[in-house]
Ligand binder design. Structure first.
Ligand code: ATP
Ligand code: MG
Length: 141
């Protein structure tokens, strides 16, 4: 197993609902370590750049409105196989109605749009997304 890093975002719905601490405790309970964190309210340019792959999709406007609607917590996770396990085992499907029991989205997501957390979907995405938010931040990337 590789020790690796990935990006978790506690999205604005989960921060507003007071679920930040529960989500962090869940991740610590799984053995993930926190390497860096920032609580920020994204502006439109930052949110559009982050989700550039979805530009042109029908839900893009709604996604950007939501992601800029309030503060979110950017978390650099580190640990054995953490990119894979966070995304594919702990986080749950995009739509909470399809998320497995015991996943973050099953427990905390309201809907397919307001779904509590983000996770990088590949090692390449993790590297790109961590650089997007944490580049130049101390020695972390
Ligand atoms: P994320 O990238 O946030 O981790 P994901 O990889 O599970 O989520 P994507 O297909 O990348 O899902 O979609 C990005 C985000 O856009 C989703 O998490 C969700 O908030 C929103 N989204 C996706 N599809 C829809 C939809 N059909 N209606 C509303 N919002 C959607
Ligand atoms: Mg995605």
């Amino acid at each position: 197993m590789a020790i690796d890093r990935t990006l978790c975002i506690v999205k604005p719905d989960a921060v507003a609902a007071g679920n930040t601490g529960n989500i962090l405790a869940f991740l610590e309970g799984k053995g993930a370590r926190f390497r860096a964190m920032k609580l920020v309210q994204l502006n439109r340019a930052q949110a559009e750049g982050f989700y550039a792959e979805h530009k042109g999709r029908g839900f893009f406007g709604e996604l950007i409105e939501f992601m800029t609607s309030g503060p979110c917590l950017l978390v650099m996770l580190e640990g054995d196989n953490v990119q894979h396990d966070y995304r594919n085992v702990w986080m749950g499907q995009t739509d909470p109605a399809q998320a497995a029991e015991g996943t973050l989205r099953k427990r905390f997501a309201e809907s397919k749009g307001k779904n509590a957390v983000h996770g990088s979907d590949s090692p390449e995405a993790a590297a790109r997304e961590l650089a997007y938010f944490f580049s130049g931040c101390f020695d972390v990337v």
